[in-house]
Design a protein around this ligand. Structure first.
Ligand code: AVJ
Length: 324
């Protein structure tokens, strides 16, 4: 039953031939960087779930509050439609939406997309039990793979949603490209629901990425373990430390791993040798903080018209519903 509700988009042979090219590029450049998608092996997805529960990490509970308040309204605006979630993770916040759509129509298609097989498998299983009348099919793969696959599938009406401010991981050019892909995938009349973290003082932002329990540090370092198993690497996690700073100019949190001494690392499967100097850093993530009005303009440039926006009382997080 479960195998039928999970589709693997990541064709293995193909993956082997070009997977990791982005790691090679990032680690042979100055300054060094690794794409944030490498956070999310099964262990990383688990650590991220723990981050979402941290007292300092306000985005998840703030967005969940907004969804809880307004999911019914969102469902009423769009009417019954197929729901596609990019980067679904544990789908915890999604329950508010699924409940709202269940009230609208007893039958609903929900397609969660995630790169982590473990978390997708367990969330699809849970959701099938909670919503036995729904058609639920998880897609294991990247956003690009999923969007390419969705283009060819005909659905009467569809809402793609992208929550948790995952958009913040893209730099402005990548963001533009991504929104272009979304716009291309949507048929006229389809919906896009976007959750974005909003600009706020550094005093709130920095602790959210430097929690007192060290979970975010473990999450950041886990990227190196992931590269070790995936690409036969020998990163020594003890030689790196976590850092997160808010860059006011670019309105983004930047997460780094700092090398504590000069040393060499090899990634055999990538045929790669990397040298680190003492104090050298790897940029592992940017997390941009947005302006609600500017984002609506950007969406409009891609032909996505905002129907309604919602925020929390402190205006820390925003939700935008737009239509193609
Ligand atoms: C999942 C990308 C939205 O940027 O806040 C949390 C990831 N990194 N703590 C974020 C993250 C460190 C998160 N996103």
């Amino acid at each position: 039953m479960l195998t039928k509700s999970l589709k693997i988009l990541n064709d293995h042979d193909q993956a082997l031939s070009n997977e990791g090219q982005d790691v090679i590029q990032g680690l042979t450049r100055t300054p060094k960087s690794i794409p944030p998608k490498y956070f999310y092996d099964d262990r990383g997805s688990e650590l991220f779930e723990q981050i979402c529960e941290l007292p300092e990490y306000y985005p998840t509970r703030t967005e969940a509050w907004i969804l809880q308040q307004y999911a019914d309204e969102i469902a009423q605006i769009t009417g019954a439609c197929e729901l596609v979630e990019l980067g679904s993770g544990s789908s915890t916040k999604t329950l508010f939406l699924l409940d709202a759509y269940q009230k609208l129509a007893s039958y609903c298609r929900y397609i969660p997309v995630d790169v982590s097989r473990g978390i997708l498998q367990s969330s699809v299983l849970k959701l099938q039990q909670k919503y036995p009348a729904f058609f639920i099919e998880g897609l294991i793969g990247t956003y690009e793979q999923a969007l390419a696959k969705l283009e060819s599938t005909f659905a009467a009406s569809r809402m793609i949603f992208f929550l948790g401010s995952s958009l913040g991981n893209f730099n402005p050019q990548e963001c533009d490209k991504f929104l272009g892909q979304i716009a291309k995938t949507l048929q006229p009349g389809d919906y896009f629901l976007l959750g974005i973290d909003l600009q706020k003082p550094k005093e709130i932002l920095e602790p959210a990425y430097n929690d007192s329990q060290g979970i975010t540090a473990a999450f950041n370092l886990n990227m190196l373990s992931h590269l070790n198993w995936r690409f036969q690497g020998n990163f020594d996690l003890n030689l790196f430390t976590h850092q997160a700073i808010y860059n006011q100019t670019d309105a983004q949190i930047e997460m780094y791993l700092h090398s504590q001494k000069s040393h060499q690392v090899s990634l055999k499967a990538l045929n790669l040798q990397v040298s680190f100097t003492e104090g050298e850093s790897i940029l592992t993530e940017i997390s941009r903080k947005f302006d609600l009005a500017i984002m609506q303009e950007q969406l409009k440039m891609h032909g996505l018209k905002t129907l309604k926006t919602w925020t929390d009382p402190q205006e820390w997080f925003g939700l935008i519903l737009c239509q193609a």
